[in-house]
Design a protein around this ligand. Structure first.
Ligand SMILES: Cc1cc2nc3c(=O)[nH]c(=O)nc-3n(C[C@H](O)[C@H](O)[C@H](O)COP(=O)(O)OP(=O)(O)OC[C@H]3O[C@@H](n4cnc5c(N)ncnc54)[C@H](O)[C@@H]3O)c2cc1C
Length: 388
């Protein structure tokens, strides 16, 4: 493989995961990327390609029928899918985001019921934290779950939910004790077909257009008591612990988008001639490529280190998850902007993929906590002496 990956020489199994994923993406994902973006439609063909190779939810343990790939391997899968199509990389990324609360805290019965259909590709799993009035301040959510005998009754609105309407299952965070602040929030599994669940119109977005984003409405949805994930009142802590791990996957997505843009620009710079020479012979162009490679290399090392911490559950994962997501997404925005510049006017059109990659990179600075929030998280961990 031409690109220079981690100098730490990861064990061979990770190179195998990368090259197997790249083969699947070259054949079954990249060909649909421009079309999914143009039509703003879920890339079903890419989903099927990932599903047939067991790459749609690679993190799920073998005991639930999953591929059992660890956090680093999953990050490499997401990186490689994002290199081809950022929208499609949200399939494995959001399956991990939606199911991780179950893996972290749910009863065996809940895991045995809901994880196998995701492992087989029959259903996807979304994560419902954000609301119209509760974004960065997620603990101010208003969605309410009230106990009624042996059931919970759920009412409220979640906003910006990735794969809303496509996913069969949803992890939903709701207030169960309004007096208790963030300790009064609990997590539940909600099914798409539960009575009272409905979806809003797709958001018209700048990028990741092949990934559906919509509101989810809960209108007196009655949930059996056993849909509670973990303990009552532990939902907010569970939401944050989940993000510690999955910010690593967003870092991997950003890394893949940046690598895809560099690969495209490097090939173009070697072929495109001006003043009788390939533009790659001009130092100004060389420096843009060199800066891109430098930023990607640094982002990759940080992302893989964070993935190892996620796998081990290290105490400084909160810092490293935030740092990797923030650094890699800022790098992806800078790299994709510069790679459009390498293409000149052609980079500004949909005739080449860097225009899509620049639009796709932007979201990685926003979701799973904006990069302002990541800096707040990092500073808090530093000042409390929990990192460095
Ligand atoms: C395409 C897409 C997919 C998404 N998918 C999901 C999903 O699947 N599930 C889900 O739950 N959510 C999802 N989100 C929501 C996403 O996580 C939020 O958009 C994000 O957390 C920011 O919240 P907000 O949009 O309300 O912005 P706001 O919180 O209103 O922030 C606006 C601005 O203010 C800044 N700001 C806010 N508070 C502070 C502060 N204390 N200090 C400094 N700056 C601050 C922010 O950084 C930002 O620049 C998605 C969003 C998008 C756009």
């Amino acid at each position: 493989m031409s690109t220079g990956f981690s100098p730490y020489q990861l064990p061979a199994e990770y190179s195998e995961i990368r090259s197997a994923t790249r083969d699947v993406c070259d054949a079954g994902v990249a060909p649909h990327a421009a079309e999914a973006d143009e039509a703003a439609s879920f890339p079903t063909a890419s989903y099927e390609a990932l599903r047939s190779a067991d790459l749609h939810a690679p993190h799920l343990p073998a005991e639930y029928g999953g591929a059992g790939i660890d956090a680093l391997g999953t990050a490499i899968v997401i990186e490689e899918v994002a290199r081809a199509c950022a929208s499609s990389s949200l399939i494995p990324a959001v399956n991990k985001l939606g199911t991780l609360p179950l893996l972290l805290d749910a009863s065996d019965a809940l895991k045995e019921r809901y994880l196998p259909p995701v492992a087989s590709g029959e259903a996807m799993f979304s994560y419902c934290l954000s609301e119209p009035e509760a974004g960065s301040d997620a603990a101010s959510m208003r969605t309410r779950a009230e106990r009624d005998g042996d059931t919970w009754v759920l009412d409220g609105v979640k906003r910006w939910i990735t794969n809303a309407g496509v996913s069969g299952y949803y992890t939903v965070f709701a207030v169960t004790d309004p007096q208790a602040g963030s300790r009064g929030i609990s997590a539940f599994v909600v099914e798409k077909d539960d009575q009272g669940v409905s979806f809003g119109a797709p958001e018209k977005k700048l990028g990741v257009k092949g990934s559906p984003t919509a509101e989810v409405y809960f209108d007196s949805v009655r949930l059996p008591a056993d849909r509670l994930i973990g303990e009552e009142g532990q939902g907010f802590s569970l939401a944050m612990r989940t993000l510690d791990h999955t910010r690593v996957t967003i870092a991997a997505q950003a890394l893949g988008i940046a690598q895809g843009a560099l690969d495209a620009a490097r090939a173009y710079a070697a072929e495109r001639e001006q003043f009788g020479k390939p533009i790659a012979s001009f130092q100004a162009v060389q420096f843009m490529l060199a800066d891109a490679a430098m930023k990607i290399s640094a982002a990759r090392e940080l992302t893989y280190a964070a993935a190892a911490k996620s796998e081990r559950g290290d105490a400084d994962l909160t810092y490293f998850g935030a740092a990797a997501k923030c650094f890699a997404s800022d790098a992806a925005m800078e790299v994709t902007t510069d790679m459009v510049q390498v293409f000149g006017g052609y980079g500004y059109t949909r005739d080449f993929p860097v225009e899509r990659m620049m639009r796709d990179a932007k979201i990685t600075q926003i979701y799973e906590g904006t990069n302002q929030i990541q800096r707040i998280v990092m500073a808090r961990e530093l000042l409390k002496g929990r990192a460095f």
